[in-house]
Design a protein around this ligand. Structure first.
Ligand SMILES: [Zn+2]
Length: 95
């Protein structure tokens, strides 16, 4: 905690996931919002879109640390969801 506003991790993660879906890198299950499955798996497309959103200051002032944090959030979300070729929640319904 400092005098400057910190980058909000949860907001970054949400932003990263939204970018991955909007870029087509992943697709969101139509039945389970937030459940991502493979799309094009094109990480470069997500970075391109992220840069465009940073330029528009979607994530606040275009500072280097915001950019690095967003790129890291995208890479992390990419690694976490890359292996799902189907929605686990559709195929493993909770009892
Ligand atoms: Zn599903």
């Amino acid at each position: 905690m400092g005098s400057r506003p910190e980058i909000d991790e949860a907001a970054l993660r949400q932003g990263a996931l939204a970018i991955l879906v909007e870029a087509g890198t992943f697709q969101e299950c139509e039945h389970h919002p937030g459940s991502l499955i493979q799309g094009t798996c094109d990480l470069a497309a997500a970075f391109t879109l992220a840069n465009a959103q940073l330029a528009k200051e979607t994530f606040g002032p275009a500072k280097l640390e915001t950019r690095v944090a967003l790129m890291n959030a995208i890479k992390k979300a990419y690694r976490e969801n890359l292996f799902f070729d189907r929605c686990e929640r559709c195929h493993n319904p909770q009892p």
